[in-house]
Design a binder for this molecule. Structure first.
Ligand SMILES: Cc1cc2nc3c(=O)[nH]c(=O)nc-3n(C[C@H](O)[C@H](O)[C@H](O)COP(=O)(O)OP(=O)(O)OC[C@H]3O[C@@H](n4cnc5c(N)ncnc54)[C@H](O)[C@@H]3O)c2cc1C
Length: 408
């Protein structure tokens, strides 16, 4: 087990500085343009692939950093550059984590490389769980997966929504119902390989923020995938379903489903993204407050402004510490007995929303225009309290974990 330390080691500092350089030199200068275009910034993803930031190797290296700080550090720096572009760069990771969490070694080796492609031909991947009537309430999912034993194929039907990279992905990971009697315990995850007939993009959403990240519906119309595309394999699924049926008969001990395992593993990482956006806005506000003069002195000379900056920085540092703690716990196999992963996501995302709003206020009229980046950062920050479980759902998870009660 890695000792917990507040200090990054030399290797981590080197990676952080390298990522920061890419975020400052490549991502940040492109941010306003791709926000306006509301399109996936393929050239930036390609740049990231060329230098090795958009690759399985890089994420695996950060993911398996024994201190747990590799992923949060990377997320913070990239999202400091710009949230929309950074999500286009790391969105594939959510699908990859879905495969890492539930797939066999063979599935991991086959599909994850196809999610990324290579520097000459970059690809992205999508994780499709949410549906029009199943957002926070994952258990009410309707997309069905039915096994065709004669052909050893699964047949998927349904509509997914809000999928990051949905429809433009090379590989889609789709969560579907295999046994409707079991609620969320009857779900399983499937790979939909490139160019599979029946999968199409529905509506592409025009969003409030993170507009450089593609978000769309994914329609599944009699999509047939080989039996080998069921993540974890049929034998494991049958065993899991049998256990769930036994438990349901016995009165129901809660078990985690495939989608929830994915969300648990990724929550502190989302907290780190929020820390990156918050830090970016805070830095702009601090700079501005030092140089903008009113009443013959810099506005930071007023406690009303300086104290806001003090609060902003304090919250950002507190958020980072919660994220680092949860990430350290995750890599060291610690039990999340107080839902520390959810805690970190809740606090960091609420901090990003608040800090970016404070930054807009400190910049006054300029903060309200697209001439200054805090306007975009404020719009971007609103996503963190919504995706990967809303703030209310994080509170529900924390409260249930603390109390052991099924709080509604
Ligand atoms: C830009 C973007 C990207 C996304 N990317 C993906 C992706 O890649 N893959 C994917 O599968 N999904 C993705 N999502 C979906 C996202 O995870 C959902 O939007 C989120 O889980 C909330 O679901 P919902 O939008 O249906 O809101 P709802 O569940 O309808 O919630 C609406 C409101 O009610 C509140 N609420 C609901 N239930 C309760 C309760 N029990 N107690 C208290 N309050 C409650 C919520 O907190 C929220 O404030 C993305 C969403 C967005 C906006």
């Amino acid at each position: 087990m890695a000792e917990f330390t507040m200090e990054l080691n030399d290797e981590q500092k080197e990676v952080r500085d390298w990522l920061h350089g890419f975020a400052a030199d490549v991502i940040r200068p492109a941010a306003a343009e791709w926000d306006e275009r509301e399109e996936t910034p393929w050239p930036v993803i390609q740049e990231a692939a060329k230098v090795g930031i958009y690759s399985l190797d890089f994420y695996a290296q950060q993911y398996f950093d024994p201190t747990g700080l590799g992923i949060p550090m990377a997320m913070e720096e990239l999202f400091w550059g710009d949230a929309g572009i950074a999500l286009s760069i790391v969105g594939t990771g959510l699908a990859a984590v879905g495969v890492l969490a539930n797939g066999t070694e063979e599935q991991i080796g086959t599909w994850i490389p196809q999610m990324y492609g290579d520097a000459n031909d970059v690809k992205v991947a999508a994780f499709c769980s949410s549906e029009p009537d199943a957002g926070s309430d994952v258990a009410s999912m309707r997309t069905r997966a039915v096994y065709d034993e004669a052909k050893d194929e699964w047949v998927l039907n349904g509509t997914k929504t809000w999928a990051t990279n949905g429809g433009i992905a090379n590989v889609h990971v789709v969560v579907a119902v295999v046994d409707p009697e079991l609620g969320s315990k009857g779900h399983a995850s499937f790979i939909v390989p490139p160019n599979t007939p029946g999968l199409s993009q529905g509506q592409k959403f025009k969003k409030h923020g993170i507009r450089a990240s593609h978000t769309a519906e994914v329609v599944l119309d009699n999509v047939r995938v080989p039996g080998s595309c069921l993540l974890g394999g049929k034998e494991k699924l049958d065993q899991r379903l049998a256990r769930a049926r036994e438990r349901a008969k016995a009165g129901g001990e809660r078990v985690k489903n495939a989608a929830m395992a994915t969300f648990e593993a990724s929550r502190p990482a989302v907290g780190a993204m929020a820390v990156g956006t918050a830090r970016a806005a805070y830095e702009v506000a601090l700079d501005y407050a030092r140089t903008r003069e009113q009443f013959g002195r810099p506005i930071i000379d007023n406690q009303g402004v300086a104290f806001q900056l003090a609060d902003m920085r304090t919250s950002i540092d507190a958020a980072r510490l919660l994220v680092w703690r949860a990430s350290w716990m995750a890599i060291n196999g610690k039990q999340f007995t107080a839902a520390e992963g959810s805690m970190s996501k809740l606090f960091a995302s609420e901090t990003a929303k608040k800090v970016t709003a404070q930054a807009v206020q400190i910049l006054g009229g300029n903060g309200y225009t697209r001439e200054y980046p805090v306007e975009r950062m404020h719009r971007d920050a609103a996503i963190y309290t919504i995706f990967e479980g809303t703030s209310e759902i994080q509170r529900l998870v924390i409260a249930r974990t603390l109390s052991g009660m099924s709080i509604r």
